[in-house]
Design a protein around this ligand. Structure first.
Ligand code: TRP
Length: 327
C-alpha cells in the first residue's frame, strides 16, 4: 500500500511591494482575487519590504506604509492566508544570496525594470540589480507550481525559472520550476485622468487613482473629474477601449463593483452610478480597516504568526539548497 498522503491544496504565493497607498485598482485587480483564492489554495501573501529598499526610501514612510498595507490585507479578508513581512522571514534573504551565486550580472543588467529604474543619472543601489534574485528566492522557497504574475513581472518570473533550472542542473534537484500563469480574473483598472495607463499606487497622480481608504466625498470628486470624451450622442455611454478609453474604464469599474449601466445615457449619470458602486464596495473594507487600525497589536500578532509558519515551511528548502551548493 502506498503511504497515505493527505490531499494537499495547491500553494499560492504573492508579495506586494509596500510603496504608496493601495488603490481601487490594486483591490479589484489583486486583493479581491487573492481573497477568492483562499477557498481552494494554501495561500502565502507577503509584503516585500526588502524590495522597498532597492530605491531611495524614507524609513518612517516605509514603516507607515507597511503598517497600512498589513492592516489592509486583513481588512480585505485575507485572514485565512499565511500573512508575513518578507524581512521577518530570514530564509528569503538567505536563499537570495545563494541564488546570486548562480545569477550573472549580465542577465540582471538586461532586466527591463532594472534598466528603467536605474536610468535618470541617479546613483543606483546594488540591491536594485539583485531585486529579481530576491524575488526568485521569494518564489522558489515555497515550491509553488504556478505563480500568477502580471505582465510587468513576467520577465522576473522567466528569470526565476532560469535560476531554478540552472541551480538544479548544477547542484541537484532542489527547486520546483514554477510556471507563470495569468492572475485570477481581476479587473484591470485604468487611471481616471489618463485612462490609457494603469491605475497605480506610485505612477498615478492623486486625481487619477481612487485609494482604497478614500472617504466617499473624495471618491465622488475623483470620479466626477474622470476623463471621458465629447461624445453627446444617444449611445455615448458604451464600451470602446480604443475610441473611448475613459468611458470604457468607468464601465469596467462599475461592473467590477457590482453595478449596472442599464438605462444610463449621460456621463453624469454614469459617474454617479460608478461613485455609488465604488463607495458601496469599499465601505465594508474601510469599516474593517478602522476597527483593525485601533488594534495594531492584533495585526502585528497575525503577521508574527504568519512569519513563523513561513519560516517553518521554507527552512527545509533553504537547507536543501545550502547543502546542495556545498556549504
Ligand atoms: N516584484 C513584485 C512586484 O513589484 C513583488 C514581488 C516580490 C513578488 N516578490 C514576489 C510577486 C514574489 C510575486 C512573487 O509586483
Amino acid at each position: 500500500m502506498t503511504s497515505p498522503t493527505a490531499p494537499t491544496r495547491p500553494r499560492r504565493l504573492s508579495l506586494l511591494q509596500p510603496t504608496g497607498h493601495l488603490t481601487l485598482g490594486n483591490y479589484l485587480g489583486a486583493l479581491r482575487p487573492m481573497a477568492g483564492q483562499q477557498a481552494h489554495a494554501d495561500c502565502f501573501y507577503g509584503l516585500a519590504d526588502l524590495h522597498s529598499l532597492t530605491v531611495s526610501h524614507d524609513p518612517s514612510t516605509l514603516r507607515a506604509t507597511v503598517a497600512e498595507q498589513a492592516t489592509t490585507l486583513l481588512a480585505v479578508g485575507l485572514d485565512e492566508s499565511t500573512l508575513f513581512l518578507q524581512s521577518r522571514v530570514p530564509t528569503h534573504a538567505q536563499l537570495s544570496y545563494l541564488l546570486e551565486c548562480v545569477a550573472t550580472t549580465g542577465e540582471l543588467g538586461r532586466m527591463i525594470q532594472f534598466k528603467e529604474k536605474s536610468r535618470a543619472g541617479e546613483s543606483t543601489r546594488a540591491s536594485l540589480l539583485t531585486y529579481p534574485v530576491l524575488m526568485a528566492a521569494d518564489i522558489l522557497l515555497y515550491r509553488p507550481e504556478q505563480v500568477p504574475v502580471g505582465d510587468d513581472q513576467r520577465q522576473h518570473l522567466e528569470l526565476t525559472r532560469d535560476l531554478a533550472m540552472r541551480f538544479n542542473s548544477a547542484y541537484g534537484p532542489v527547486f520546483v520550476v514554477p510556471e507563470a500563469t495569468v492572475p485570477a480574473v481581476g479587473a484591470r483598472v485604468m487611471d481616471l485622468a489618463v485612462p490609457t495607463s494603469k491605475m497605480s499606487k506610485t505612477g498615478s497622480t492623486e486625481a487619477g487613482a481612487v485609494r482604497l481608504l478614500d472617504p466617499p466625498d473624495v471618491v465622488r470628486r475623483k470620479v466626477a473629474r474622470a476623463v471621458t470624451d465629447n461624445d453627446v450622442g444617444p449611445d455615448a455611454v458604451r464600451a470602446d477601449r480604443a475610441a473611448k478609453p475613459g468611458v470604457t474604464n468607468l464601465l469596467d469599474v462599475l461592473g467590477a463593483c457590482g453595478g449596472s449601466a442599464a438605462g444610463l445615457s449621460t456621463y453624469g449619470a454614469l459617474k454617479r452610478a460608478v461613485t455609488d458602486a465604488i463607495v458601496a464596495e469599499l465601505e465594508p473594507v474601510q469599516k474593517r480597516y478602522a476597527e483593525l487600525a485601533r488594534d495594531p497589536a492584533h495585526v502585528a500578532a497575525v503577521f508574527a504568526q504568519g512569519a513563523e509558519r513561513a519560516r517553518a515551511v521554507t527552512e527545509p528548502v533553504l537547507a536543501a539548497a545550502t547543502a546542495a551548493i556545498g556549504l
